[in-house]
Design a protein around this ligand. Structure first.
Ligand code: SAH
Length: 421
């Protein structure tokens, strides 16, 4: 979501004649696009601001946008007096106002819902992977999560608007579409005639575009995985055989405290249905260890589910207490030391899953999407249909963005391959 917001901000400023620079010292305007989901992310913003305010040239505008802006509000100006603007995730389209009035302090953390989508100029050039947000906010209220506070209540964008964005992305260079939402598979939009549109409708419509070869979506909430959506994995070959469906914990007791779906058997049944319609599908998850009151037995259940589902490409985090969340006020907060040990043990398991899956890919041929050059300039980096990184020697001929690649080697973090001409 933040990558998308960053792309829109860049495109908006380019319309105003600005160009991007990697050098803080050269910049006329410096924008930190921020995440507040864990304390560490927020802390990083303020330490970066401390560095930047000294490094920036005189008169350069400095500001923060996104969830830390929303969370800090006017307080941010007190902490960093050099700040010129503080704009929340639903109001960054107001950014040009600071260009017009650089001597003011611009604060806007309004929850204006979908307004920004109408205000932002359409992209004129799309990256190969186009992120298309289909909703804002989230209504689930997991007790650890700050997102419902920073990004507001859940709103699905009109079906027609999303499809317009998708068509525009396809016409301007996209090959892959990634639909985005905090609760993406809960997308529901009813038009003026009363017709209901779901994520499966967006996928079906997008798959008709000849320019688009790959479709995926993130992040899914387990109980929103409706049958129509499961079935489309069996019907639509452009939909990648890979799904991020966070479980967070393997313990029903902890899941209840997280205000998450706590029926592990129901979760496994969804995975089973997905595998029955798409036998080669792989699942990834997000995990939180050290949630308040999590004991050894709860944690063992998390390891158990990680082993059983054989998750690939997963994310794991130590629980971080956040303002405006219920879990931050719960008793039995877990020590940093225990959180660290549990995270290490979980990561060992996740790495083992990953290595096992990566190794099983050797000798397979996969159509992969070009991502960029590696640091040495001697290799090209591709993404497999499972979003693994695959590195190939740079050929001496021009390549197209989609290439058939034979996987020749693997370790836990990436694959090696050869382009098949
Ligand atoms: N709805 C989005 C939420 C983004 S946060 C999604 O499902 O991806 C991404 C991940 O961060 C969550 O899935 C969760 O595993 C983790 N997370 C959220 N709040 C957290 C917290 N307070 N401490 C640690 N990890 C957290």
């Amino acid at each position: 979501m933040n990558v998308y917001d960053g792309q829109r901000i860049a495109a908006m400023l380019e319309k105003h004649g600005l160009v991007q620079t990697d050098n803080v010292e050269d910049a006329d305007i410096i924008i930190l696009n921020t995440c507040a989901v864990r304390a560490k992310a927020t802390d990083k913003v303020y330490s970066a601001l401390g560095r930047i305010r000294r490094a920036k040239k005189d008169g350069a505008l400095l500001g923060i946008v996104g969830c830390v802006a929303r969370e800090s509000g006017a307080d941010a100006f007190k902490r960093i007096p050099e700040l010129n603007f503080v704009l929340g995730p639903q109001s960054y389209h107001k950014l040009p106002e600071i260009l017009k009035n650089p001597d003011t302090k611009l604060l806007n953390i309004d929850m204006s819902g979908l307004e920004k989508f109408d205000e932002l100029p359409q992209m004129t050039k799309s990256p190969l992977v186009a992120y298309i947000p289909i909703q804002e906010g989230c209504n689930h209220c997991c007790t650890y999560c700050i997102v419902p506070y920073t990004r507001g209540r859940e709103l699905s964008r009109p079906f027609k608007d999303v499809i317009n964005d998708t068509i525009n992305a396809a016409k301007t260079g996209a090959i892959e579409i990634c639909f985005l939402g905090q609760n993406v598979n809960g997308y529901k939009y009813t038009d003026e005639k009363g017709k209901l549109y779901k994520l499966s409708d967006l996928i079906r419509e997008t798959a008709k575009l000849p320019e688009i070869h790959r479709i995926r979506f993130t992040s899914s909430y387990p109980t929103e995985m409706s049958d129509d959506l499961i079935e489309i994995f069996g019907q639509e070959p452009k939909l990648l055989p890979f799904l991020n469906m966070p479980i967070q914990s393997g313990s029903p007791r902890i899941l209840k405290k997280m205000n998450r779906p706590d029926d592990i058997d129901a979760y496994k049944a969804i995975v089973k249905k997905l595998k029955s319609v798409r036998p080669n599908i792989q699942i990834s998850s997000d995990f939180i260890v050290g949630f308040p009151d999590e004991n050894d037995e709860d944690f063992e259940q998390t390891l158990q589910i990680a082993r059983e589902i054989k998750y690939i490409n997963s994310y794991s985090f130590k629980y971080s207490p956040r303002p405006h969340t219920a879990a931050a006020l719960m008793g039995n907060q877990i020590s940093e030391q225990i959180k660290s040990v549990r995270l290490q043990r979980l990561d060992l398991q996740l790495n083992e899953n990953q290595r096992e899956f990566n190794t099983s890919c050797i000798e397979q041929e996969m159509v992969c999407l070009f991502e960029g050059n590696d640091k040495t300039g001697k290799h090209l980096v591709f993404r497999t249909p499972y979003m693994q990184q695959c590195i190939v020697d740079k050929p001496d001929y021009e390549i197209t963005p989609l290439q058939k690649i034979k996987i020749t080697d693997a370790n836990k973090s990436c694959l090696r391959g050869e382009i098949i001409k």
